[in-house]
Design a protein around this ligand. Sequence first.
Ligand SMILES: Cc1ncc(COP(=O)(O)O)c(C=O)c1O
Length: 396
Amino acid sequence: MNPTTQHELRLAERMSRLGTETAFEVLNKARALERQGKKIIHLEIGEPDFDTPANVVEAGIGALRKGWTHYGPSAGLPELRQSIAEDVSRSRGVKVSSDEVVVVPGGKPIIFFTLLALADVGDEVIYPNPGFPIYESMIHYLGAKAVPIRLREERDFSFDVNELASLITDRTRLIILNSPQNPTGGVLSKQDIHDIAEAIGDRNIMVLSDEIYSRLIFDGEHHSILSIPGFQERTILLDGFSKTYAMTGWRLGYGVMRPDLTTHVARLMTNSNSCTASFTQVAGVEAISGDQTSVEHMRSEFQRRRDAFVTGLNRIKGFSCRMPKGAFYAFPNIKKTGWTSKKLAETLLEQAGVACLSGASFGDFGEGYLRFSVANSLENLNQAMLQIDDWTKKNL
Ligand SMILES: Cc1ncc(COP(=O)(O)O)c(C=O)c1O
C-alpha cells in the first residue's frame, strides 16, 4: 500500500485482465533517457510524422469559429456519416448508406464497442497474432476466449486458411482481420479474402475487419471482406482518419456495420463519450471530400523509406526482413542474433539509441521479431541503421 494513503485501492477483478500497448511505455522510457541527455531515434510509435493537411486544419479552425463546439448526435454528424458512406461505397465496391456508419473518437473504440456488443463471456474470438495488442487485451477484459491465429513469415505474414478453418467452432462469435497489418505490414490478397470467406461459409459469425491502414498500400491493391457477396451483414469495417490523414490526435474514426447493430454501437457511444468532438467531424468531411494529394504524398514517402530501411536492415548481422506490402512498419526476424525480442529491443534503446518494439509485445507468435516504424525521416532512419549495425558488430 502507498504509505501516504489510508485506504487500500480495491480494483475490480476485470482490471487484472486488461492489457496495454507497449509503444507508449517504450516512448516514456525513451523520453526518460532523453532527459538524462541521451539522443534517441524514435522508431517505436505508430503515427505519421507528417502534419495534418492544411485544408483539414483550416476546416477544423473554421468549424471552431463557427460554433461547432457543442454536443452532436451519438452516431456522428449526418454530413460526415454521408461522406463516409459514399467513400466506403466507392472504395469497397458495395452500397453503403449513412445509417450503416457510426463515427467514434479514433479507430480503437470500434474494437472495444464491437466486442462489448457481440462477445459474451466464454465466446470465442479469433484474432491475428502477432497483432495489434488491443484485440487480445479487450477479448480478455470481457471474459471472452482469445483464440490466436498465427501469422506466418513464410506466407508474407498472412495466415494459413486451413488453420483458420480448424479454429472455428460452435462458440466462435467473431473473427478479427487486419489488413494492411500492424505490426508485420502484411496485406491480405484477393485470394486470401476469398479463401477466408469460404472458410466461414454461411455460419453466423461476425468479422471485424480492421482496415485503418487501407490507404497505405505499396504493392497491389486493398481488398476487403466487405466486398464479398453475403458478407456485408456480417462485417464491421473499422477505418478512420488517424493514419490516412495524419490525424492521430484529432481522434476520429468510424465503423461501418448493419443498421440494427449501428443502433447498439451508438448506444455505447451515448454511454461513454456522448459523441465525437463536433469540430473534428467537420474537419473529417473536408479530409474525405477535399484534395487527396497529401494522402498520396505520404504514401509514396513511406514507400521510399520502407525501401531504404528494409534494404538496410537486411545488411545487418542476424537480421532478415521481408518487404512489407502496406502500413508503415518493418518487422525483421532477429532469431539469428540469439537474443530474445524484449532483451534486444531494450538493449538497442539503451546502447544503440534506437527505440523500437519487441515483436513479443504483439503476442506470443511475435517472439523472434522486432517492430520498427518508418514514420520518421529518411535521415533518421539511415542514422538508426548505422547505429544498430555498429552495435551488432561490437556485440554479436
Ligand atoms: C491495427 C490498428 N487498428 C487500430 C488502431 C487505432 O487507431 P486510432 O488511433 O485511430 O484509434 C491502430 C493504431 O495504431 C492500429 O495499428
